[in-house]
Design a binder for this molecule. Structure first.
Ligand code: CS2
Length: 502
């Protein structure tokens, strides 16, 4: 079977591409070419070019791994996108022109970022890619940031995305080119503001940029729209590769699947020169924060809760977790009683309905979304999706029982991963988290007794800031939930009835 490429795609080729490769120019650099980006922003940009043309092809840059480049470059950047509902819908996405790997192709990446045709940088580098501390500011002590701050010139290889982008902005400034518009598409609260603050902070502290007053001044004008992105995108599996081969008759090394629901809400501050995103369903609004909060709290927070509690119960997927009567009741109760009261009103959105629709999406049988995938990077994700709700509820005197249960289930999940490692060695599922060594070392000191374990966990100051560990309502709720979960980990009955009310 032929490998997918411009010349083998035939009638499936997006209308703005030619089989000879005489195609629109690169207008966007995207950092983090994972499945989510390919199912979401690359999809919207593909639709925008199909509708209105323009030089908006994407140079996708991986900050570390070569996998996506190896899969997509031989396919001229093409890949299949499957929207998984009862009947899965397949299409070919052609918006990616090339995939570069920053540590290997550094000069090329910089050349793309400093080309006159490049106008936007979008990014899905996950929470940890921003190197922020638990106050949401650039962590100047982060090893990658600390190293990048010392670089002697603007072309030496930066390790961090923030370092790379600041270099590119400075090179553009030197060359008299307009700055780029930088758009974070990660699940971070106030993602645009945090990104802009991180770049400005980096520039002000870097050996080579700190004295360039003009540049620092120009950065005050940097446009970093906030954006909210949403579409459930499980990892690619062989079943999907087979489906694509059978239905399209070509071999695609890395197709992507996601649910049909897809949403992108962007702060309406983009320069006039932009892809026709607004003609293909992207929502532009003055206030994205309210949408972001609603999504992080009503989708991502219950998602993580299902991931940790579900993993403790030996459940594998979100669909199965929602089919577990106690677990699904518990997570609905969490949303109803402790999360919804914390979500500010969003213009034109019925929050109750929005939340119910999200639970319906979790119950989509065609999307096999692994809890283990959602469980990644808990130390980063909790900062965005659970701890802000906890803080709001503590401040307003509302209950935090079930929020504390969600956090306790993360701690017990770390113990579970530690126990699996001890039992299965290299065959055990890894704890995927930038703080994994510290978290596993803490788990190694735990016994399951809340009175000795909880103080050890609360001493992790990169996760739990001082305001939380001194809050008695939170600490005692955490203590209780942790104690109640310990028997499950010790092989006791997987009974959640004690947490359910009514
Ligand atoms: C999930 C998200 O993996 C996770 O942490 O909660 O990736 C979620 O599927 C997306 O935000 C949905 O838009």
């Amino acid at each position: 079977m032929n490998r997918l490429s411009l010349s083998t795609a035939g009638a499936l080729l997006p209308v703005y591409l030619t089989p000879q490769g005489d195609n629109p120019q690169i207008g966007i650099v995207h950092l983090g070419p994972g499945a989510f980006f390919r199912g979401h922003q690359a999809f919207y940009t593909d639709a925008a070019m199909a509708k209105a043309g323009g030089n908006w092809r994407i140079c996708a840059v991986s900050m570390r791994s070569k996998d996506v480049a190896q899969a997509l470059n031989p396919q001229d950047g093409l890949y299949a996108l499957a929207q998984m509902e009862q009947d899965s819908h397949l299409s070919l996405i052609g918006s990616i022109a090339e995939v570069l790997v920053a540590p290997v192709d550094y000069a090329k990446v910089q050349a793309r970022l400093t080309a006159a045709s490049c106008k936007y940088v979008t990014m899905t580098i996950t929470e940890k890619g921003y190197c922020l501390n638990n106050s949401g500011e650039l962590d100047l002590t982060h090893a990658d940031i600390a190293a990048d701050l010392q670089l002697a010139d603007a072309i030496s290889q930066a390790k961090s995305a923030i370092g790379l982008l600041t270099q590119a902005l400075w090179l553009r400034h030197q060359g008299g080119l307009p700055l780029l518009t930088l758009m974070s598409c990660d699940n971070l609260t106030d993602n645009g503001h945090k990104l802009k603050a991180a770049v400005r902070c980096f520039a002000a502290n870097a050996t080579i940029f700190a004295k360039d007053v003009d540049f620092l001044l120009q950065l005050t004008e940097l446009i970093c729209p906030c954006s909210m992105v949403d579409s459930i995108t499980p990892a690619t599996d062989d079943a999907l590769r087979d489906l694509v081969a059978t239905r399209l008759g070509v071999q695609d090394a890395w197709p992507v699947k996601r649910e049909a629901f897809c949403q992108w809400v962007v702060e309406d501050i983009l320069p006039a020169d932009q892809p026709a995103w607004r003609d293909v369903g992207v929502v532009f609004t003055k206030d994205v924060t309210a949408f972001e909060k609603a999504k992080l709290r009503l989708l991502n927070a219950p998602h993580s809760t299902l991931a940790y509690l579900g993993s403790l119960l030996g459940i594998e997927t979100v669909f199965d977790a929602m089919a577990h009567p106690q677990l699904s009741q518990l997570v609905r109760q969490l949303v109803e009683s402790e999360i919804l009261p914390s979500v500010p009103l969003v213009d034109g959105l019925d929050l109750q309905q929005y939340s119910q629709d999200i639970f319906r999406r979790f119950e989509n049988p065609s999307v096999r979304h692994l809890l283990a995938q959602i469980a990644w990077d808990g130390s980063q994700k909790l900062q965005m999706r659970l701890l802000p709700v906890l803080r709001d509820n503590l401040a307003a005197g509302r209950s935090v029982q079930l929020l504390a249960l969600a956090i306790a289930s993360w701690l017990q999940f770390i113990r579970l991963r530690a126990a699996q490692a001890a039992e299965l060695g290299a065959a055990a599922p890894a704890l995927v988290d930038p703080l994994a060594p510290l978290l596993l070392a803490t788990a190694a000191q735990c016994t399951g007794d809340a009175s000795t374990d909880v103080p050890l966990w609360l001493a992790l100051d990169s996760v739990f800031a001082a305001d939380l560990i001194t809050h008695t309502a939170f600490v005692s709720a955490l203590w209780q939930a942790y104690q109640q979960l310990s028997p499950i980990l010790a092989g006791g009955p997987a009974d959640l009835s004690q947490f359910l009310s009514g």
